[in-house]
Design a protein around this ligand. Structure first.
Ligand code: 13P
Length: 247
């Protein structure tokens, strides 16, 4: 069973979410793959009632890195969980680049998410400069180690690592199978070294960046990957359902 995660980013009002799900849900089989839809916080409650009993899960796109209430404009774990989220995304590159979030922020968010019984999708990935100067593996190692500082091995079962090379997000550029395999291997090795061999082999690692119905096929035979994180191509319900059918 693969994880297929849709990242709606800043798309879908509550009424658009309703229309989307009415179209999408009958097209997918949530017993074959784990389907997780990460809607904006304002759409979660609408989505929660529509996905009920359908096996499709929901994720939040953000969680505040502090537990105090004086955090204007932020959402906390209790809020998104009650709104329907089972997962929350942490460390997405758009949050890192535009909102200056870093591995310390990720670390606080992960701890707060787990405390609130939310599963975490932790995004990591190198930028183009790191890729071009062969610093990719160091960058991945650093992002994972800093973000997971103080996390216990038994908590890793609630964490999925999303490998999202920044240069591949929304660009139409994709890693080759070999590059993707190497990155996933490197991610597992960090977990093996810092936790245990078993943890490194069993942690879920998914890939995200410019996936669509035409290119996803090339990655399907890679058994080191546990799933896919889809951005732009999840916005059309029929198109996303088509992608899911291929997996
Ligand atoms: P795209 O699929 O639009 O490249 O976005 C990927 C992404 O950011 C998933 O989190």
């Amino acid at each position: 069973m693969k994880k297929i995660i849709g990242n709606f980013k800043m798309n879908q009002t509550p009424s658009q979410t309703k229309d989307y799900l009415i179209n999408f849900l009958p097209r997918v089989d949530a017993t074959k793959n784990e389907i997780i839809l990460c809607f904006p916080a304002t759409s979660l409650t609408t989505a929660k009632f529509l996905v009920e009993g359908r096996g499709v899960k929901l994720g939040g796109q953000n969680i505040c890195d502090e537990e105090i209430n004086h955090n204007m404009g932020e959402v906390n774990g209790v809020m998104i969980r009650e709104a329907g989220a089972e997962y929350v995304v942490v460390g997405h590159s758009e949050r890192r680049s535009k909102y200056k979030e870093n591995t310390r922020t990720n670390n606080r968010k992960i701890k707060i998410a787990l405390k609130n019984r939310l599963k975490v999708i932790l995004c990591v990935g190198e930028n183009l400069a790191e890729r071009n100067t062969l610093k990719m593996l160091d960058s991945l190692k650093n992002q994972i180690e800093e973000s997971l500082k103080g996390i216990y091995e038994n908590e890793l079962q609630h964490i999925t690592i999303a490998y999202e090379p920044i240069w591949a997000i929304g660009t139409g550029k994709l890693p080759t199978n070999k590059e993707l395999e190497n990155a996933v291997k490197a991610i597992r090795k960090v977990i093996c070294d810092d936790f245990s061999e078993k943890a490194g082999q069993s942690i879920d690692v998914v890939y995200g960046g410019s996936l669509d119905a035409k290119n996803i096929g090339q990655y399907l035979k890679l058994d080191t990957i546990d799933g896919f994180f889809v951005g732009g191509s999840c916005l059309d319900p029929a198109g996303f359902a088509q992608i899911i059918k291929l997996i």
